[in-house]
Design a protein around this ligand. Structure first.
Ligand SMILES: Cc1ncc(COP(=O)(O)O)c(C=O)c1O
Length: 435
């Protein structure tokens, strides 16, 4: 039954919807754990020292984070909020990789005290960190974020220090001259949904080359190379004509390219008595995207003037932000009935851009019928917005077949409870106003 999706890991969707309401996000614990284990296996088979930091921004629902922490992943966070979230999940500071362009002084100090892995983004942050380390009298290990041209991806020059311009070399010298800072790691992230594994081989060669250079010039020892995230999920990016199975590398292929380039670039190290660096991955999308499905229900239909069918769903870009860039798979819960036709799927927002799929062949859709949309695990439960609609519940089908609520559906007070009403405005229609 490839043309419909009645269940998630054997748990029927239709009764779940009756219980929890529509729309509904459903996480598969089994897929999540399997994905991160496959990632680990692919890399552990090719490099002796590998670490994975779970990219909180990809999906920071507490249960999802803690499943990945149970699997051995550290936390990779990019803001004060995410740092606090990781600590609240029970992650010790020493297992947090702290990235991002803004780390306010208070949380930076906490990160230093707690021994977090801090990656500097710019010189002002370098100065701030040096002052904090000096105030605490604590020699602080630090990494820097690099950006450079791989020849395959757009250089993200707004993050970190650029190698080609010399800014990265200057930052390294600045750290080497500091009494309180000690350079121990290099980080970069070359993009997301990167389909060409040669981009990673190039990234690895550039980072390893830079490592040799800074060790030679400053006498420091680089303990780890962190290559960020970016591996593709099985989603279909708009504008790509081939199906995901044909263009998407698997973890083995990414690992082969990355570890092959790293092995080559570090060949001389053991002879020189230098340790091999730990390879750090911050894979987000490729682990969680396929582990989550959104179920939405048809609330109305119409025929457009150009003859196409249109269905209005109770879920739109408010909760499915990735619909702006990806053509998600959409399947009815039951075997389809009727002849498939070109259909537009709209969301419920009173906004022209609220389109879930601009064109998809589907059987006639009726009000009350539900559709499974996937993969949706990456970037939706973090980017979703409260615009026009309250956010729905997220549940998880556990490995033992139970259903657990991970986040309850929002109520009006969850959104407006923080508002204050000035006394003079408590009466919306004061008596005596003309009709
Ligand atoms: C620094 C950093 N690491 C990791 C990731 C996760 O990337 P992905 O979800 O593409 O694996 C991101 C995403 O933008 C990022 O900015």
């Amino acid at each position: 039954m490839n043309d419909c999706l009645p269940d998630i890991d054997g748990v029927e969707i239709a009764p779940l919807l009756e219980q929890c309401g529509s729309p509904l996000f459903i996480v598969s614990e089994k897929t999540l754990r399997e994905n991160v284990r496959r990632l680990r296996r692919a890399f552990a088979a090719r490099w002796p020292r590998v670490r994975h930091g779970w990219s909180y921004k990809t999906n920071y629902l507490g249960a999802i984070c803690n499943i990945l922490h149970q699997e051995g992943s550290w936390a990779e966070v990019v803001s004060e909020f995410e740092y606090r979230k990781a600590r609240a999940n029970g992650v010790p500071g020493s297992r947090i990789i702290f990235n991002g362009p803004w780390k306010p002084a208070g949380i930076l100090e906490q990160a230093v005290r707690e021994g977090a892995i801090i990656h500097l983004d710019h010189l002002d942050e370098l100065h701030a960190l040096e002052q904090i380390a000096g105030k605490l009298g604590k020699q602080t290990p630090v990494g820097i974020r690099l950006n450079f041209d791989t020849g395959y991806t757009d250089s993200q020059t707004r993050f970190g220090f650029n190698i080609e311009s010399g800014a990265a070399g200057d930052a390294v010298q600045r750290i080497a001259a500091s009494r309180w800072l000690k350079l121990t790691g290099l980080h970069s992230h070359i993009g997301t949904f990167v389909l060409d594994v040669r981009a990673y081989a190039a990234q690895m060669r550039i980072m390893a080359g830079f490592m040799e250079e800074v060790e030679r010039d400053t006498g420091c020892t680089i303990e780890y190379l962190d290559i960020g995230g970016g591996f593709a999920s099985s989603n279909v990016r708009q504008g790509l004509s081939l199906p995901p199975g044909q263009v998407m590398p698997d973890f083995e292929q990414y690992a082969e390219a990355i570890c092959g380039a790293l092995t080559e670039a570090t060949r001389g190290r053991s002879a020189a008595g230098k340790p091999l660096p730990v390879l750090v991955l911050e894979t987000g999308r490729a682990i969680v995207d396929d582990a989550e499905t959104l179920v939405a229900t048809v609330v109305g239909g119409k025929q457009l003037p150009d003859g196409r069918r249109a269905a209005i769903l109770d879920a739109g870009v408010n909760i499915l932000f990735t619909a702006l860039w990806y053509n998600h798979e959409v399947k009815p819960l039951r075997p389809p009935d009727g002849i498939a036709g070109d259909t537009v799927l709209y969301g419920p927002l009173c906004m022209n851009m609220d389109v879930v799929r601009a064109s998809i062949m589907l059987p006639p859709l009726h009000v009350g019928e539900s559709l499974a949309i996937r993969p949706v695990g990456a970037y939706n439960n973090t980017h979703w917005m409260q615009f026009g609609q309250l956010r729905p519940a997220v549940v998880m089908v556990t490995q033992s077949g139970r259903v657990e609520v991970l986040r309850a559906a929002e109520q009006l007070n969850d959104v407006s409870g923080l508002e204050e009403m000035p006394d003079a405005l408590r009466q919306p229609f004061p008596q005596g106003l003309p009709e």
